[in-house]
Design a protein around this ligand. Structure first.
Ligand code: SF4
Length: 377
């Protein structure tokens, strides 16, 4: 089992919170599509013949690709790899791109899961974040996608946006539940230094929410998701039963994946590969049949830490036996006292040699994970 991630590094405009790799110039879009196919050809052996169960178009904004461009990339993938018949094929899309015609094109191209970046239903928040769509479009595109026959839709929402109280967040959640989508990803607004919000925050012209305010919104989220029948299978991800993202679940389970496109990462169990985060350098190198990347060989400690970092965020928890046997990290014994303390404070529990964070523990997951990382294995 394996997955393929394809990074489409173009956006109409720069969202004020975003530090992903993208360009707002479309000049290289045609070249990029061709180059992506070229990288797929050069790296056809990376997955060593393992069948591909998930294909994920991320970005950037993959919904900027037209049907022909999408079909040509997917045709190359199918020509070079063994793609399972029921593969999950996800495409990230922004509401302003999802006209009824576009939705038909995406269906026609073989996309069977849509990931829509709504982020908020509140107009001033959308403007603060410099999103390219309105709150009305946020609602309408989901209704149109459902009418077009998409029955596996996930939407992204952001919480912790500065507000006088939690009224807007409650309203955003109410609107979300009225749409009855299968899956929701919710992220706290984080202020990265190299973004507009980061620069304004440094100058003092933007004041981020207090941590406590954001934590309260996370608690509201957990309670509301439970009430509306969405299971939290990862800290930021909620789904109706059976609609967990196969692609992301595989990341968290250590399944190998091939990342294609500028800034994409790949993982094959013992190393990570990072493609250059620069559109022109990427295209120029591929035109010379070279993939521009950096390679990181993973030590046992790196692998143990990756495993901890990902699994502690999930409902499947961190298998302490696997840590011992595969990565030679005896967490239970190295951190006995700390684990005891976590359990006494009801932040974590251990059942059948698996460590899980409680809802209370999830609020502190970053700190708890940092405290448990392996130094030397
Ligand atoms: S959030 Fe998405 S749409 Fe906005 S700039 Fe980042 S990648 Fe582009």
């Amino acid at each position: 089992m394996s997955g393929i991630y394809i990074h489409i590094p173009f956006c109409k405009q720069a969202c004020h919170y975003c530090d992903f790799h993208f360009s707002t110039s479309m000049v290289l879009k045609g070249d990029m599509v061709q180059t992506i196919s070229q990288e797929l050809k050069l790296r056809r052996d990376y997955l060593q013949g393992q069948p591909v169960h998930t294909i994920y178009f991320g970005g950037g904004t993959p919904s900027l690709l037209n049907q022909e461009e999408l079909q040509s990339i997917l045709a190359t993938v199918r020509e070079l790899f063994i793609v399972s018949d029921d593969a999950e094929i996800t495409l990230e899309a922004n509401p302003d791109d999802l006209s009824p015609e576009k939705l038909q094109e995406l269906k026609g191209a073989g996309i069977n899961r849509l990931s829509i970046g709504l982020q908020s239903f509140h107009e001033p928040h959308l403007r603060l974040m410099n999103r390219a769509h309105t709150a009305t479009e946020s609602v309408q595109c989901v209704l149109d996608a459902q009418a077009a026959g998409f029955d596996n839709i996930t939407v992204d929402l952001i919480y912790g946006i500065p507000a006088p109280d939690h009224t807007i967040w409650h309203r955003d959640l109410e609107l979300l539940f009225s749409l009855n989508v299968q899956h929701v990803s919710c992220y706290a607004l984080t202020i990265e230094p190299d973004t507009a919000l980061g620069r304004w925050s440094k100058k003092g012209s933007f004041k981020p929410s207090e941590d406590e305010f954001t934590a309260q919104q996370f608690e509201i989220l957990l309670e509301q998701m439970k009430q509306h029948g969405y299971g939290q299978y990862e800290i930021s991800n909620f789904s109706r039963p059976g609609y967990e993202s196969k692609h992301n679940s595989n990341y968290w389970r250590g399944v190998h994946y091939l990342g294609i496109g500028p800034s994409a990462h790949s993982f094959n169990g013992h190393s990570r590969q990072y493609n250059v985060s620069h559109n022109k350098k990427y295209i120029d190198a591929l035109k010379q049949n070279a993939v521009p990347f950096e390679l990181e060989e993973l030590t046992l400690a790196d692998q143990a830490n990756d495993y901890l970092l990902t699994t502690l965020r999930t409902i499947w928890g961190c298998d302490l036996k696997k840590l011992r046997q595969e990565f030679r990290y005896d967490l239970g014994s190295d951190h006995r006292a700390y684990l005891q303390e976590l359990q006494e404070k009801e932040l974590a529990r251990i059942e059948a040699d698996v460590l899980y964070l409680t809802d209370k523990g999830k609020l502190l997951s970053d700190q708890i994970t940092m405290d448990l990382l392996a130094e030397e294995v």
